[in-house]
Ligand binder design. Structure first.
Ligand code: ADP
Ligand code: MG
Length: 367
């Protein structure tokens, strides 16, 4: 009998938002996909950045919600005594679904430990990675484990790769990238990679602020990435006459601090978005959580769904905003990956995806 070890993503910050988080929908889909009457599955995941056991980050608290959402009984495995676990799993009836405790309670997980990977592999017969959002991490349950078991990309992982590949390989033109949010350091490498592919790069949030600062604009206490100013300057210079990095013409401030894009900018961005055939969006235009500063992000979300483009969006806060606007179903693809999506769009390698590819080519070689 097959026992699938399925790597999923339960790394949601607030449990209250758990039931309607898009990541959870993907988890439910994975469970339904692999759980059959004639096999067993063991779910593998992590949550947060614990140092050793941490009750607050135990995965046990997800059991009830997952049972409700999947209609299946889920047996929690609370320890890492692998011999005992193996026995428990073997004795359980066909059709059983197990959830193993937070793998990051073990130091070997983030060190990509071969010993841990081997122990995990001993619990099953097949390995599935269905956790795109963690696939930029070199962790034992994502990378090293592929050395020990026949493996495959799960349905959610495949969807991510297919949709994000459409963005970076031969996007239909005009191709518009919209980058905002607070974490400019993660987004500037994406802009760098998209410079030669996109027609317009619309900026908001701390991303725009970093470019504005690089151009010498007085920023007051506005948020920008000081370590990225040189890169920002170089990108503006190299993009002259080619891809257009567009900066806000007006902004909305409180006490001199930029908190949103202004009305002229919204109008200008909306015109560009209306003509786009391909759109990728990561990072809100402003501090949408503060009443009065959500307008830029909401208008951009609406402009995207009204355009006749193939649209992809992602990032923790970006997807929350889209969900708040009730527009999730009208974006062609909302990625579950925050950091992982940005890695992908920046053209960087994702170790867990490379590991699946390497395992496939090893199999071919010895076939
Ligand atoms: P995502 O999670 O979508 O990838 P980030 O984590 O980079 O995006 O940033 C999201 C946060 O950016 C939001 O919580 C929002 O409040 C903040 N933000 C947007 N614009 C600004 C701004 N001008 N100044 C400070 N924070 C901003
Ligand atoms: Mg975020």
């Amino acid at each position: 009998m097959r026992i699938y070890l399925v790597r999923i993503n339960l790394d949601v910050e607030k449990k209250e938002n758990f039931l309607d988080s898009p990541r959870i929908k993907s988890v439910v889909a994975s469970i339904k996909h692999y759980s059959r009457v004639d096999n067993k599955i063991v779910l593998l995941s992590h949550r947060g950045r614990p140092k050793g056991f941490d009750r607050k980050l135990s995965l046990e608290s997800f059991v009830a919600a997952l049972e409700k959402l999947t209609g299946k009984k889920i047996v929690f495995l609370p320890h890492f005594d692998f011999k005992r676990l193996k026995k428990n799993i073997a004795l359980a009836p066909a059709g059983s679904v197990f959830l193993l405790e937070n793998l990051r309670f073990l130091t070997g997980e983030t060190r990509d430990s071969r010993a841990l990977a081997k122990n995990l592999a001993s619990l099953g017969t097949n390995y599935v990675n269905d956790d795109f959002a963690s696939s930029h991490r070199k962790n034992a349950s994502l990378v090293e484990i592929t050395r020990f078991l026949p493996d495959e990309a799960g349905p959610n992982l495949k969807k991510e790769i297919i949709n994000l590949s459409k963005i970076i390989q031969k996007p239909q033109k005009p191709f518009v990238a919209i980058l905002g949010g607070a974490k400019a350091a993660d987004k500037l490498p994406v802009i760098k990679n998209l410079l030669s592919k996109a027609d317009y790069i619309l900026t908001g949030g701390a991303v725009a602020n970093t470019f504005l600062k690089a151009e010498g604009t007085e920023m007051g206490n506005s948020l920008f990435e000081s370590k990225m100013l040189d890169l920002a300057k170089r990108m503006i210079r190299s993009s002259v006459g080619k891809t257009k990095i567009i900066l806000p013409q007006d902004t909305k401030k409180r006490k001199g601090v930029i908190l949103d894009i202004g009305p002229k900018t919204i109008e200008h961005y909306a015109e560009i978005i209306a003509k786009a055939k391909t759109i990728v969006w990561a990072g809100p235009m402003g501090v949408f959580e503060k009443p009065g500063f959500e307008r830029g992000s909401v208008k951009i979300a609406k402009a995207i769904v009204e355009s006749r483009s193939f649209s992809v969006a992602g990032g923790g806060e970006t997807s929350i905003l889209i969900e708040k606007c009730g527009l999730t179903d009208r974006i062609d693809f909302v990625s579950n990956g925050g950091g992982a999506m940005l890695y992908f769009l920046a053209g960087k390698k994702l170790p867990a995806i490379d590991a699946l590819k390497a395992a496939a080519s090893r199999r071919q070689k010895y076939a």
